[in-house]
Design a protein around this ligand. Structure first.
Ligand SMILES: [Zn+2]
Length: 481
């Protein structure tokens, strides 16, 4: 099978978790961990006679995101009813926006810049729009085999923003980068905390060029998207290879079994019988309002990247990775205030520690930097100690676990008693011992110069990482002759 072209489009639903109330009623929107069906009122339960009232703050948040994504904001629009019959929708319709039949999205167009394998690319958006979240359905076991379904209306009416990309992504990796950048932008606009469980849902449209597409629904985390896409692409390729005809259908991502399952053939838009929501007045957003929000918009990752590059003399690549997580970038800017002594070199060292050992620790422990006790000044101290020759880089690395608990570097140093050994006499003695204990490695060096690394490693082991690597290297080279 030669490389057939893959076409991917994403519809990303984001809960505006930083809003206090729901989209069309005053119910508390902080529903996580609350007793089921307690944060409800006649409006979000869809009781007859109840009337929705728009949450003005939701318009502000949507405006912030539209500005950050460079969408063209539609200054006048109606909400629409999207009709479908399902237990998560007590009204049997969802209040949403519609960009046809005289309707408009909240914002049209827009772009997200990504970088993959060193290449930059702009992913164009189709639109963003506001809508309400349906209630939460709780299945016992898997959706396919559950004997019953429970409904929690606490989630009913929560504000969602849907971000629809154009079908222009060519690989699951591109989709992953797109989502990483989107997550970053949302973090900077301060409209949502996407680390909260259930705050993100992604539907992915996937096709192999020239074939019908399938829509994979309800992928519940950004991490799952790449996996679901890879699986679905393989399924479609296999079907084509076997001469099976693909159909346009909706599939469900089963994150336990990690496969997609055909649910139903795709509804067509006309099945939703969209029509204007007459219970809400048309929305007018004037230019002044938008200007005002624009003025107060926090610095976005793109701007921050450029500023950090100039201010601290970091490379474009370093700055780009640094700003991706706002918390990491804040940590960096806080920490380097104390490292002025080393100047530019200090900034780069600080960045290296953050991007290297610290990020690795966070990944391995599945934590956000704010969920640890690590303080910016600890990293500055660490760099200072290495610079002054008190400890080696190797010793510094062994401090990280303790530093994450907030223990000051001075204390760790005292507790472990570890310090850099630079005294040539001491090192010389250690090297003699290592030579004596490992005659075969010493012999091997004649044929294989890389045996040198093994000898340095042995010295490190013997000194619990305290030997200065450069002095040790030079001494070994002198002796081995
Ligand atoms: Zn309510």
């Amino acid at each position: 099978m030669s490389e057939t072209k893959v076409i991917i489009g994403l519809e990303v639903h984001i809960q505006l978790t930083n809003l206090n109330t729901k989209l069309f009623c005053g119910c508390n929107s902080d529903y996580r961990g609350k007793e089921q069906n307690t944060l409800v009122c006649p409006i979000c339960l869809g009781l007859p006679g109840s009337l929705p009232v728009l949450n003005e703050k939701a318009i502000e948040f949507a405006t912030r995101l539209a500005l950050a994504l460079n969408c063209k904001i539609n200054e006048e629009f109606w909400f629409f009813r999207k009709n479908y019959f399902y237990p998560d929708l007590p009204k049997a319709f969802q209040i949403s926006q519609y960009n046809k039949a005289g309707g408009k999205a909240f914002g049209d167009g827009g772009t997200i810049k990504i970088r993959l394998d060193g290449e930059k690319k702009e992913i164009n958006l189709d639109r963003i729009h506001l809508e309400e979240d349906p209630a939460k359905l709780v299945h016992k076991g898997s959706i396919a085999s559950s004997p019953y379904t429970l409904v929690d209306y606490n989630r009913s009416g929560i504000s969602l923003i849907e971000i629809v990309s154009q079908p222009v992504m060519k690989s699951p990796e591109e989709a992953r980068e797109f989502l990483n950048q989107l997550k970053s932008i949302i973090q900077y606009t301060e409209i949502a905390d996407l680390n909260l469980e259930g705050s993100v849902r992604v539907d992915a449209n996937i096709s192999i060029e020239g074939n019908p597409r399938s829509e994979v629904k309800n992928i519940n985390s950004f991490k799952e998207v790449e996996r679901a896409l890879k699986w679905e692409i393989q399924r479609q390729r296999n079907a084509i290879k076997r001469g099976k005809e693909l159909i346009q259908e909706t599939r469900h991502w089963d994150d336990k079994r990690r496969i997609t399952i055909g649910l139903r053939t795709k509804e067509f838009e006309k099945d939703y019988r969209y029509f204007p929501e007459q219970d809400l007045v048309p929305i007018n957003i004037d230019g002044k309002y938008v200007e005002n929000i624009k003025k107060n918009l926090p610095e976005m990752p793109d701007q921050r990247m450029k500023r950090i590059q100039e201010q601290y003399g970091l490379s474009e690549f370093d700055s780009e990775i640094l700003v991706l997580d706002k918390n990491i970038a804040d940590f960096f800017e806080e920490g380097v205030k104390e490292i002025e002594v080393l100047g530019q070199e200090g900034f780069k060292l600080f960045c290296n520690w953050l991007m290297g050992d610290i990020s690795r620790w966070l990944n391995e422990n599945n934590k956000n930097i704010n969920e640890t006790q690590l303080q910016p000044h600890q990293i500055s101290k660490l760099i200072e100690y290495i610079d002054k020759g008190k400890i080696t880089g190797k010793i510094a690395k062994s401090f990280i676990n303790d530093m994450m608990k907030g223990i000051p570097v001075e204390e760790i140093l005292e507790k472990t008693g570890k310090q850099r050994i630079a005294d040539e006499k001491t090192l010389s003695k250690i090297i003699d011992d290592v030579f004596q204990e490992n005659p075969e490695i010493v012999k091997d060096y004649k044929r294989n110069p890389r045996a040198l690394e093994a000898l340095i490693g042995k010295c490190m082991q013997k000194t619990r990482g305290q030997a200065d690597p450069n002095i040790t290297r030079n001494l070994i080279l002198e002796k081995i002759k």
